[in-house]
Design a protein around this ligand. Structure first.
Ligand code: AR6
Length: 348
Protein backbone atom coordinates (compact mmCIF):
# COMPACT_ATOMS: atom_id res chain seq x y z
CA UNK A 1 0.00 0.00 0.00
CA UNK A 2 1.37 3.39 -0.87
CA UNK A 3 0.51 5.27 2.35
CA UNK A 4 0.80 3.60 5.70
CA UNK A 5 0.34 5.01 9.17
CA UNK A 6 2.25 3.10 11.79
CA UNK A 7 3.39 3.51 15.36
CA UNK A 8 7.13 3.27 15.75
CA UNK A 9 10.33 5.11 16.56
CA UNK A 10 11.41 6.61 13.25
CA UNK A 11 15.09 5.97 13.97
CA UNK A 12 14.34 2.24 13.73
CA UNK A 13 12.78 2.39 10.27
CA UNK A 14 14.58 0.40 7.57
CA UNK A 15 13.51 2.56 4.65
CA UNK A 16 15.37 4.44 1.92
CA UNK A 17 14.90 7.77 3.69
CA UNK A 18 13.58 9.07 6.97
CA UNK A 19 12.52 12.68 7.35
CA UNK A 20 13.70 14.82 10.23
CA UNK A 21 11.58 17.62 11.75
CA UNK A 22 14.51 19.99 12.12
CA UNK A 23 15.05 23.67 12.98
CA UNK A 24 16.31 26.35 10.57
CA UNK A 25 19.97 25.95 11.59
CA UNK A 26 19.84 22.17 10.95
CA UNK A 27 22.21 21.83 13.88
CA UNK A 28 20.16 19.41 15.95
CA UNK A 29 17.74 19.92 18.79
CA UNK A 30 15.21 17.99 20.87
CA UNK A 31 12.28 15.74 19.86
CA UNK A 32 12.66 13.61 16.80
CA UNK A 33 15.60 15.77 15.68
CA UNK A 34 17.53 14.86 18.83
CA UNK A 35 16.62 11.18 18.49
CA UNK A 36 17.79 11.09 14.86
CA UNK A 37 21.11 12.81 15.62
CA UNK A 38 21.72 10.55 18.62
CA UNK A 39 21.10 7.42 16.60
CA UNK A 40 23.01 8.60 13.52
CA UNK A 41 26.14 9.66 15.39
CA UNK A 42 28.40 12.71 15.09
CA UNK A 43 28.90 12.36 11.31
CA UNK A 44 25.35 13.62 10.69
CA UNK A 45 25.93 16.89 12.55
CA UNK A 46 29.22 17.39 10.67
CA UNK A 47 27.42 17.07 7.32
CA UNK A 48 24.55 19.30 8.52
CA UNK A 49 27.06 22.04 9.34
CA UNK A 50 28.00 22.23 5.64
CA UNK A 51 24.40 22.83 4.48
CA UNK A 52 23.97 26.46 5.53
CA UNK A 53 20.65 25.89 7.29
CA UNK A 54 17.21 25.46 5.71
CA UNK A 55 14.20 27.74 5.27
CA UNK A 56 10.86 26.85 6.81
CA UNK A 57 8.86 24.70 4.37
CA UNK A 58 11.98 23.60 2.48
CA UNK A 59 14.11 20.43 2.78
CA UNK A 60 17.72 19.21 2.46
CA UNK A 61 19.15 15.71 2.20
CA UNK A 62 22.15 14.05 3.89
CA UNK A 63 23.58 10.60 4.50
CA UNK A 64 22.23 8.48 7.34
CA UNK A 65 25.46 7.37 9.09
CA UNK A 66 24.61 4.83 11.82
CA UNK A 67 20.88 4.80 11.07
CA UNK A 68 19.38 1.76 9.32
CA UNK A 69 18.10 3.92 6.42
CA UNK A 70 20.08 5.36 3.46
CA UNK A 71 19.26 9.07 3.67
CA UNK A 72 17.97 11.62 6.12
CA UNK A 73 15.84 14.41 4.68
CA UNK A 74 15.76 17.43 6.95
CA UNK A 75 12.77 19.71 6.71
CA UNK A 76 11.73 22.63 8.86
CA UNK A 77 8.08 22.85 9.83
CA UNK A 78 6.27 26.05 10.78
CA UNK A 79 5.89 27.10 14.40
CA UNK A 80 2.14 27.03 15.04
CA UNK A 81 0.54 30.29 16.13
CA UNK A 82 -3.15 30.17 15.29
CA UNK A 83 -3.29 28.52 11.88
CA UNK A 84 -3.86 31.87 10.15
CA UNK A 85 -0.23 32.72 9.52
CA UNK A 86 0.44 30.47 6.56
CA UNK A 87 1.10 27.42 8.74
CA UNK A 88 -0.95 24.90 6.67
CA UNK A 89 0.76 25.96 3.45
CA UNK A 90 4.21 25.74 4.99
CA UNK A 91 3.53 22.40 6.60
CA UNK A 92 2.21 20.99 3.35
CA UNK A 93 5.30 22.31 1.60
CA UNK A 94 7.54 20.37 4.04
CA UNK A 95 5.99 17.10 2.87
CA UNK A 96 6.06 18.06 -0.81
CA UNK A 97 9.67 19.28 -0.78
CA UNK A 98 10.84 16.23 1.17
CA UNK A 99 9.09 13.87 -1.24
CA UNK A 100 10.62 15.71 -4.18
CA UNK A 101 14.12 15.19 -2.75
CA UNK A 102 13.33 11.56 -1.98
CA UNK A 103 12.21 11.02 -5.56
CA UNK A 104 15.34 12.67 -6.95
CA UNK A 105 17.46 10.39 -4.74
CA UNK A 106 15.63 7.34 -6.15
CA UNK A 107 13.93 6.45 -2.87
CA UNK A 108 11.14 3.92 -2.99
CA UNK A 109 10.30 4.00 0.73
CA UNK A 110 10.17 7.10 2.92
CA UNK A 111 9.14 7.59 6.55
CA UNK A 112 7.87 10.87 8.00
CA UNK A 113 7.32 11.90 11.59
CA UNK A 114 4.37 14.18 12.26
CA UNK A 115 6.22 17.38 11.43
CA UNK A 116 5.62 20.45 13.66
CA UNK A 117 3.33 18.51 15.99
CA UNK A 118 5.73 18.48 18.96
CA UNK A 119 7.82 21.43 20.09
CA UNK A 120 6.38 23.58 17.26
CA UNK A 121 2.87 23.10 18.64
CA UNK A 122 0.80 22.18 15.57
CA UNK A 123 -2.47 20.50 16.74
CA UNK A 124 -1.84 16.84 16.06
CA UNK A 125 -5.10 16.01 14.30
CA UNK A 126 -4.68 18.94 11.89
CA UNK A 127 -1.01 18.13 11.34
CA UNK A 128 -1.95 14.56 10.51
CA UNK A 129 -4.64 15.57 8.08
CA UNK A 130 -2.27 17.87 6.20
CA UNK A 131 0.32 15.08 6.11
CA UNK A 132 -2.16 12.56 4.72
CA UNK A 133 -3.62 14.97 2.14
CA UNK A 134 -0.26 16.14 0.85
CA UNK A 135 1.30 12.68 0.69
CA UNK A 136 -1.82 11.23 -0.99
CA UNK A 137 -1.70 13.94 -3.62
CA UNK A 138 1.96 13.17 -4.33
CA UNK A 139 1.22 9.45 -4.52
CA UNK A 140 -1.47 9.97 -7.10
CA UNK A 141 1.33 10.70 -9.61
CA UNK A 142 4.25 8.78 -8.10
CA UNK A 143 4.97 5.19 -7.11
CA UNK A 144 6.44 5.19 -3.64
CA UNK A 145 5.65 3.70 -0.26
CA UNK A 146 5.34 6.41 2.36
CA UNK A 147 5.01 5.84 6.09
CA UNK A 148 3.70 8.35 8.59
CA UNK A 149 5.31 7.28 11.81
CA UNK A 150 3.30 8.11 14.90
CA UNK A 151 5.31 8.09 18.08
CA UNK A 152 2.71 8.72 20.75
CA UNK A 153 -0.89 7.62 21.00
CA UNK A 154 -2.12 11.21 21.53
CA UNK A 155 -1.20 11.99 17.95
CA UNK A 156 -3.97 9.74 16.75
CA UNK A 157 -6.86 10.15 19.09
CA UNK A 158 -10.49 9.87 18.22
CA UNK A 159 -13.21 11.82 19.98
CA UNK A 160 -14.37 10.45 23.31
CA UNK A 161 -17.95 10.00 22.12
CA UNK A 162 -16.92 8.02 19.03
CA UNK A 163 -14.58 5.90 21.15
CA UNK A 164 -17.37 5.17 23.64
CA UNK A 165 -19.84 4.34 20.85
CA UNK A 166 -17.43 1.92 19.22
CA UNK A 167 -16.56 0.40 22.57
CA UNK A 168 -20.26 -0.20 23.27
CA UNK A 169 -20.75 -1.66 19.79
CA UNK A 170 -17.81 -4.01 20.33
CA UNK A 171 -19.16 -5.02 23.75
CA UNK A 172 -22.51 -5.84 22.21
CA UNK A 173 -21.04 -7.85 19.37
CA UNK A 174 -17.65 -9.22 20.26
CA UNK A 175 -17.26 -12.91 20.87
CA UNK A 176 -13.82 -13.25 22.29
CA UNK A 177 -12.82 -16.72 21.27
CA UNK A 178 -9.31 -16.19 22.57
CA UNK A 179 -10.01 -15.02 26.07
CA UNK A 180 -11.08 -18.31 27.63
CA UNK A 181 -9.15 -18.96 30.73
CA UNK A 182 -7.93 -22.39 31.63
CA UNK A 183 -10.93 -23.05 33.82
CA UNK A 184 -13.42 -22.05 31.17
CA UNK A 185 -11.78 -24.20 28.53
CA UNK A 186 -11.73 -27.14 30.90
CA UNK A 187 -15.40 -26.57 31.68
CA UNK A 188 -16.25 -26.60 27.99
CA UNK A 189 -14.19 -29.68 27.39
CA UNK A 190 -16.04 -31.46 30.16
CA UNK A 191 -19.29 -30.78 28.31
CA UNK A 192 -18.22 -32.96 25.42
CA UNK A 193 -16.08 -35.64 27.07
CA UNK A 194 -16.49 -37.82 30.12
CA UNK A 195 -14.54 -36.52 33.02
CA UNK A 196 -12.77 -39.90 33.23
CA UNK A 197 -11.29 -39.27 29.81
CA UNK A 198 -9.99 -35.92 30.75
CA UNK A 199 -6.29 -36.18 31.46
CA UNK A 200 -5.84 -32.64 32.67
CA UNK A 201 -4.07 -31.53 29.50
CA UNK A 202 -5.88 -28.80 27.76
CA UNK A 203 -5.85 -29.26 24.00
CA UNK A 204 -5.15 -26.43 21.63
CA UNK A 205 -8.01 -23.97 21.22
CA UNK A 206 -10.38 -24.80 18.39
CA UNK A 207 -10.22 -22.33 15.52
CA UNK A 208 -12.26 -19.21 16.26
CA UNK A 209 -15.82 -19.42 15.03
CA UNK A 210 -18.75 -17.12 14.84
CA UNK A 211 -21.05 -16.95 17.80
CA UNK A 212 -20.42 -18.75 21.05
CA UNK A 213 -19.17 -21.80 19.15
CA UNK A 214 -20.86 -24.79 20.72
CA UNK A 215 -18.65 -27.80 20.33
CA UNK A 216 -21.12 -29.82 18.20
CA UNK A 217 -20.98 -27.28 15.46
CA UNK A 218 -18.05 -28.64 13.42
CA UNK A 219 -19.91 -31.90 12.71
CA UNK A 220 -23.01 -30.07 11.54
CA UNK A 221 -20.92 -27.75 9.43
CA UNK A 222 -19.17 -30.68 7.79
CA UNK A 223 -22.49 -32.24 6.82
CA UNK A 224 -23.78 -28.97 5.48
CA UNK A 225 -20.59 -28.53 3.51
CA UNK A 226 -20.94 -31.94 1.85
CA UNK A 227 -24.58 -31.40 0.98
CA UNK A 228 -24.08 -27.95 -0.46
CA UNK A 229 -20.78 -28.44 -2.26
CA UNK A 230 -22.41 -28.97 -5.65
CA UNK A 231 -24.66 -25.97 -5.16
CA UNK A 232 -21.77 -23.88 -3.95
CA UNK A 233 -19.73 -24.65 -7.05
CA UNK A 234 -22.68 -23.67 -9.22
CA UNK A 235 -22.95 -20.39 -7.36
CA UNK A 236 -19.45 -19.31 -8.24
CA UNK A 237 -20.75 -17.13 -10.99
CA UNK A 238 -19.00 -13.82 -10.55
CA UNK A 239 -15.46 -13.53 -9.20
CA UNK A 240 -14.22 -10.82 -6.84
CA UNK A 241 -12.52 -9.02 -9.70
CA UNK A 242 -15.66 -9.12 -11.84
CA UNK A 243 -17.84 -7.88 -9.02
CA UNK A 244 -15.40 -5.06 -8.27
CA UNK A 245 -15.32 -3.90 -11.89
CA UNK A 246 -19.10 -4.10 -12.12
CA UNK A 247 -19.48 -2.06 -8.93
CA UNK A 248 -17.05 0.54 -10.25
CA UNK A 249 -19.10 0.83 -13.46
CA UNK A 250 -22.30 1.15 -11.47
CA UNK A 251 -20.79 3.81 -9.21
CA UNK A 252 -20.01 6.13 -12.13
CA UNK A 253 -16.50 6.64 -10.73
CA UNK A 254 -13.35 6.05 -12.74
CA UNK A 255 -10.97 3.21 -11.87
CA UNK A 256 -8.40 5.73 -10.67
CA UNK A 257 -10.89 7.51 -8.44
CA UNK A 258 -11.78 4.24 -6.79
CA UNK A 259 -8.30 2.81 -6.22
CA UNK A 260 -7.05 6.15 -4.91
CA UNK A 261 -9.99 6.47 -2.55
CA UNK A 262 -9.26 2.93 -1.41
CA UNK A 263 -5.59 3.80 -0.88
CA UNK A 264 -4.66 0.93 -3.20
CA UNK A 265 -1.73 1.36 -5.52
CA UNK A 266 -2.13 1.42 -9.26
CA UNK A 267 -0.03 -1.71 -9.88
CA UNK A 268 -2.13 -3.79 -7.53
CA UNK A 269 -5.29 -2.48 -9.16
CA UNK A 270 -4.00 -3.42 -12.65
CA UNK A 271 -3.29 -6.94 -11.39
CA UNK A 272 -6.82 -7.24 -10.06
CA UNK A 273 -8.24 -5.81 -13.28
CA UNK A 274 -6.36 -8.18 -15.55
CA UNK A 275 -6.80 -11.34 -13.50
CA UNK A 276 -10.38 -12.53 -13.25
CA UNK A 277 -9.39 -14.95 -10.51
CA UNK A 278 -7.22 -12.58 -8.49
CA UNK A 279 -7.24 -13.47 -4.78
CA UNK A 280 -7.07 -10.22 -2.78
CA UNK A 281 -6.34 -9.86 0.93
CA UNK A 282 -9.22 -9.10 3.26
CA UNK A 283 -8.16 -5.47 3.97
CA UNK A 284 -7.96 -4.91 0.19
CA UNK A 285 -11.55 -6.07 -0.29
CA UNK A 286 -12.72 -3.90 2.59
CA UNK A 287 -10.80 -0.89 1.31
CA UNK A 288 -12.59 -1.23 -2.06
CA UNK A 289 -15.97 -1.67 -0.44
CA UNK A 290 -15.39 1.48 1.63
CA UNK A 291 -14.23 3.38 -1.46
CA UNK A 292 -17.35 2.25 -3.33
CA UNK A 293 -19.54 2.98 -0.31
CA UNK A 294 -21.11 -0.46 -0.44
CA UNK A 295 -23.79 -1.44 2.05
CA UNK A 296 -23.04 -4.03 4.72
CA UNK A 297 -24.76 -6.73 2.67
CA UNK A 298 -22.83 -5.83 -0.47
CA UNK A 299 -19.59 -5.72 1.53
CA UNK A 300 -20.27 -9.20 2.86
CA UNK A 301 -21.06 -10.34 -0.66
CA UNK A 302 -17.82 -8.93 -2.02
CA UNK A 303 -15.85 -10.47 0.84
CA UNK A 304 -17.48 -13.81 0.12
CA UNK A 305 -16.36 -13.66 -3.51
CA UNK A 306 -12.81 -13.50 -2.18
CA UNK A 307 -13.38 -16.24 0.40
CA UNK A 308 -13.76 -14.01 3.48
CA UNK A 309 -16.48 -13.06 5.94
CA UNK A 310 -17.08 -10.45 8.60
CA UNK A 311 -16.77 -12.16 11.93
CA UNK A 312 -17.89 -11.15 15.40
CA UNK A 313 -14.81 -12.71 16.88
CA UNK A 314 -12.64 -10.02 15.33
CA UNK A 315 -12.59 -6.47 16.71
CA UNK A 316 -11.31 -5.29 13.35
CA UNK A 317 -14.39 -6.68 11.61
CA UNK A 318 -16.76 -5.25 14.20
CA UNK A 319 -15.27 -1.77 13.82
CA UNK A 320 -15.64 -2.01 10.03
CA UNK A 321 -19.24 -3.09 10.53
CA UNK A 322 -19.78 -0.17 12.92
CA UNK A 323 -18.79 2.37 10.28
CA UNK A 324 -20.48 0.75 7.28
CA UNK A 325 -23.74 0.28 9.13
CA UNK A 326 -23.71 4.00 9.93
CA UNK A 327 -22.92 4.94 6.34
CA UNK A 328 -19.59 6.47 7.35
CA UNK A 329 -17.14 5.68 4.55
CA UNK A 330 -14.35 8.01 5.56
CA UNK A 331 -11.26 5.76 5.44
CA UNK A 332 -9.38 8.32 7.45
CA UNK A 333 -11.84 8.22 10.34
CA UNK A 334 -12.10 4.46 10.14
CA UNK A 335 -8.32 4.21 10.41
CA UNK A 336 -8.31 6.57 13.38
CA UNK A 337 -10.75 4.26 15.13
CA UNK A 338 -8.86 1.11 14.15
CA UNK A 339 -5.68 2.67 15.49
CA UNK A 340 -7.35 3.68 18.74
CA UNK A 341 -8.40 0.06 19.25
CA UNK A 342 -4.94 -1.29 18.36
CA UNK A 343 -6.12 -2.88 15.11
CA UNK A 344 -4.26 -2.90 11.82
CA UNK A 345 -5.29 -0.11 9.49
CA UNK A 346 -7.03 -0.18 6.13
CA UNK A 347 -4.72 0.34 3.24
CA UNK A 348 -1.90 -1.16 5.25
N1 AR6 B 1 10.09 8.82 16.11
C1 AR6 B 1 8.95 9.31 15.54
N2 AR6 B 1 8.34 10.43 15.96
C2 AR6 B 1 8.90 11.08 17.01
C3 AR6 B 1 10.08 10.64 17.65
C4 AR6 B 1 10.68 9.45 17.16
N3 AR6 B 1 11.78 8.96 17.68
N4 AR6 B 1 10.37 11.52 18.66
C5 AR6 B 1 9.41 12.45 18.65
N5 AR6 B 1 8.52 12.18 17.66
P1 AR6 B 1 9.20 17.44 17.36
P2 AR6 B 1 8.55 19.76 15.70
C6 AR6 B 1 7.30 12.89 17.27
O1 AR6 B 1 9.10 18.24 18.60
O2 AR6 B 1 7.28 19.96 16.40
C7 AR6 B 1 13.32 20.08 17.69
O3 AR6 B 1 13.95 20.56 18.84
C8 AR6 B 1 6.66 13.78 18.32
O4 AR6 B 1 5.82 13.01 19.17
O5 AR6 B 1 10.33 16.49 17.26
O6 AR6 B 1 8.57 19.84 14.21
C9 AR6 B 1 13.88 20.66 16.41
O7 AR6 B 1 15.25 20.91 16.52
C10 AR6 B 1 5.87 14.72 17.46
O8 AR6 B 1 4.58 14.19 17.16
O9 AR6 B 1 9.29 18.38 16.04
C11 AR6 B 1 13.08 21.93 16.28
O10 AR6 B 1 13.61 22.95 17.05
C12 AR6 B 1 6.67 14.82 16.16
O11 AR6 B 1 7.66 13.79 16.23
C13 AR6 B 1 11.74 21.56 16.81
O12 AR6 B 1 11.97 20.49 17.73
C14 AR6 B 1 7.37 16.15 15.95
O13 AR6 B 1 7.82 16.66 17.18
C15 AR6 B 1 10.81 21.03 15.75
O14 AR6 B 1 9.55 20.84 16.31
Amino acid sequence: MPLQIIRNDITKMKVDAIVNAAKNSLLGGGGVDGAIHDAAGAGLLEECKTLGGCETGKAKITGAYNLPCRHVIHTVGPIYRDGCHGEPKLLSSCYRESLKLAKEAGCETVAFPLISSGVYGYPKAEALRIAVDTISEFLSDNDMTVYIVIFDRKAYQIGEKLFADIEAFIDDNYVDSHSDDRYERRRRMSLIRHDDDFDGNIPACPPPMLGSAPMEKPVMMQKAAVVSLDDAVKQIDESFSEMLLRKIDESGLTDAQVYKKANIDRKLFSKIRSDKNYKPSKPTVIAFSIALELSLEETKDMLMKAGFALSHSSKFDIIIEFFISRGNYNIFEINEALFAFDQSLLGV
